[in-house]
Design a binder for this molecule. Sequence first.
Ligand SMILES: *Cc1c(COP(=O)(O)O)cnc(C)c1O
Length: 393
Amino acid sequence: MRTVYCDHAATTRCHPEVARRVYEYLTELYGNPSSIHAVGRKARKGVEEARAQVAALLGARPAEIFFTSGGTEADNWALRGALEANRAKGNHLIITPYEHHAVLDAAEALGREGYEVTLLEVEPGTGIIRPEALLEAMRPTTVLISVMAVNNEIGTVHDIAGLCAAAKAKDPDVIFHTDAVQAAGYIPLDVNRLGVDLLSISSHKIYGPKGVGALYVRKGFRFGRGLTVGGGQERKMRAGTENVPGIVGFGLAAEIAARELDRRAAHAREMRDRFLRGVLAIEGVRLNGVDPFLHPELRHPGNANVSVEGVEGEAMLLRLDMAGICASSGSACTSGSLEPSHVLLAVGCSRDEAQSSLRFSFGEENTAEDIDYVIAEFARSVEYLRKLAAPGR
Ligand SMILES: *Cc1c(COP(=O)(O)O)cnc(C)c1O
């Protein structure tokens, strides 16, 4: 049976060149970067090359890149590191209600420890954030603002440069973090153009290995050490022996992502638009989020999210899975639980609409032929499930 993978927002397949490099660092260049001997020095060199490659993808300096175990750790560290180091200024944090759980749950944990958390209002339907809403939420005690660059479920692209500039015009000392995990490799990211102080990315969303990511930390503001204590790795900022194979793989994936960004984005967009033209023609299928045919720049090129009237998203997923099609309902981290997506609820979907939603995220290996197959199977599944729900019809 054919497999059509349409879940690139959940993870991507490791690029073959990247996989080869990871293998090389598992088997040949296996040293500990802290060792002073030749084997260790080779591993160190690999890590520092990777740091330069990741920095280049973000327009940052290598010294501003800190490797982590992934996007989740980078997000957790960003929030905690900023707030704990700046208690003298205050205890207030602003996030959006539809962040990834890595930010949302980190904020919730901080809230239990006495920090005050404001959830910004987002525009119904699209999730777009107005600068005025952000300015209204700011207080003299606001230490950190965290707004994701691209939403992982509905693909909304936020104007991080505009939001960050507005916030800093009001309070030059406010720290701005963006979770750019979904944006990386599809939307040009330049930390100086964006103006952000902290930015999270993850390797496995850009055709790199899992379990590795990075936090960009702009030089020159108060920021706390990582979440672990132990050795003095990452310039004493994050304890623990570096995941060298992961890091070098991530570095190469970042270099390829920078080089291939325009082509990958154009290809994903072509696949996504073809898919949407097909499924939106089916009765009772509705798009969630920004209309990419009207505002292509405001939606991630590979993201499609639709609700199917009268059909459970989970049931659709199972039908599609039987046809070899991989998609997701809600975000991958929460599927398995029957709670409707917090993202869709945050943009004003009803519980029914949220529960009948599906996300398809397209990427490198998808072809036009694949998409036509997905559209046909999607239509068959909708018809089947609707008949099942109302046998008389
Ligand atoms: C996948 C994802 C994360 C988590 O990254 P991991 O490397 O899987 O921990 C965080 N934020 C967003 C927006 C994501 O899509």
